[in-house]
Design a protein around this ligand. Sequence first.
Ligand SMILES: Nc1ncnc2c1ncn2[C@@H]1O[C@H](COP(=O)(O)OP(=O)(O)OP(=O)(O)O)[C@@H](O)[C@H]1O
Length: 664
Amino acid sequence: MPKKAGTDVLQQKSPAEFFADNKNIAGFDNPGKCLYTTVRELVENSLDAAESVGALPDIDIHIEEVSQKRLNSIRGVSNHARLDEELYNDFETEAVKKKRLAKEAKEQEKLEKAQAKKGEPTTAKAKDTEVTKGAGAGKSAKTFYTVRVKDNGMGMPHADIPNLLGRVLSGTKYGIKQTRGKFGLGAKMALIWSKMSTGLPIEVWSARRGQSFISHYRLDIDIHKNEPHVHFAKMNPNPEGWRGAELSVTILGNWQYYRAKIIKYLRQIAVITPYARFSFRYTAEEDKNSIAVNFHRRTEKMPQPPKDTKHHPASVDLELVKRLAASSKASTLHKFLASEFSNIPKDLAGRLIDEMRAGVEADMAPQELDGKQIMRLHQLLHEAKFKDPDGAHLSPAGEYNLRLGITKELNPDLVATHKGDVHVLEGHAFIVEAAVSIGGKLLKPGINVYRFANRIPLLFEGGSDVITKTALKRINWNLYKINQSSDRVGVFVSIVSTKIPYKGAGKEYIADDMDEMVQAVKSSLQQCCLQLKSKITRQLAAKEQQQRRKNLTKFIPNAASAIFKVLQTMTEQGTGGAKHKLLDEDHGVLTGIKQRRTTEQTLVTKLTEHVERIDTDMALEYQMQQGVAEGVRAQFFLVPLSAIHEYGPELKACVCNIKLLQPA
Ligand SMILES: Nc1ncnc2c1ncn2[C@@H]1O[C@H](COP(=O)(O)OP(=O)(O)OP(=O)(O)O)[C@@H](O)[C@H]1O
């Protein structure tokens, strides 16, 4: 142990201490961001937990505002009235107070005038109200929040709960599998922050399938030792057979500044997870500020769950090879290579061993490999040719879910989706899915980028991210008849992989420096744009036609009146002086006018009929050119009323055909 702290004194930190000192690395930058990241980490754990047992996620999220005063009573700290006002940050001298009140009165007067102008009732405000300030009152007051997230997932084994939630860098998601969580850090960071800001422990309820009790824990973390500290643990009866987990943590936060981000996050997670139900409630100390938002489940079709896979030879480092060899249960080196790695079939394992030489035999135990032999093996694994991972173990959201989520949450005019091929980055397979939408009231004019990685929305650091940069700089939107500044364009890209190359443990963005990733994102977006281009071209043609008709129709009254006047003059003056001889039908027209059978209104009616006929003829001609099969098609999704429904024959009507297709 160091005797005294100083720059030249050797000190050691536990992982918990490190992350407590550097919270920003994990996305816990300031109170508002801490509130956001806490919600996010707990929701993502819940989604992982529900999907891992194949349950359609049902997630309740509740944020409850807790004033300093209430927090103090929870903690048993007494709330004293202030004795020495000048001691506090928010103390105002008489002069400052007078100035503030005058300013407030002026603003109030302005507001009342504006309301009176609009005919609205004026909101009376008590002027010069003196608030009795106790502990936690005034503008320096902080606000705390209890965040509670409940799910219907797999729950946690009773005995593992302290380690899973009270020891930094512990978790069940370190395997080679696509999961939202990866680092074994998120929930513990929420606990560390609660410990740092309120000193309150985390509370946990959990029940697993086949378990007759509900585990109930209250625990915190010994940051110095990186160990869980259990306040109490109980096994309560579970008469209703509930399964899932519920976590509750009380932290310092800032709802006011991060409210929009939290709602945006939930809206985006609802886009990428339309098979989940999210119910969100915010309870404020003042009831009028409370809100509730529900994101309903729109489909019961969940993507195939991701599967565990093995290390691809191209993805292993020297340390990992050493560790795998030391811990392998395979009896021979040959079996070790063929069983611990993906894409090394038996014959290739034999060839690799032959290639290693240096005293290496196929039937030696992997633990017998010495340091140099391990180095040789590691080198060979990176130099030899192996098949790429096929990506079958990944679980992309699917074009159906992506489209459904976008349509449901943003209601755009057009959407195109595309699922890219499997690509590989450092031995890890990845798939890029993309969607591009046009229109919809919720989007601003311009390019609106939505980023997802392993089905998590990424909301921060957009400027440095590969998806944003590709959408803004590498796509020539004009080529696809999309106006990048005036059209409301939604760009949605979802990347799934066993290893998302995040920059930082906060999982906020993917860097732009990997060519494989850049190309895959670009190509998926281009494919969406190509689909949109043909739809937009058709829409533009239809619009042009409509405009032409509108223009012609607009001039009919004037044209009819002018023609009528000419014809009237001709009838009145006779046609004796005409240069050209009139045809019989022309005489007919003039006679009609003379006898008042043909009026100006007759001309209006005839011209209108003519414009409409031309319009119909052009539409028919267009339809003939396109062919019936190429007629205007739009995909839309119907939500079945029950889980059992049939994809029956095509429904034919005079205006459209509807065919119910089983989603791919
Ligand atoms: N709601 C839950 N249901 C079931 N298990 C959970 C739940 N929340 C957490 N866990 C378990 O606790 C472990 C630790 O969670 P934590 O959030 O600290 O890290 P992680 O999700 O593994 O990784 P990351 O830091 O990347 O989010 C998880 O791996 C999981 O096994």
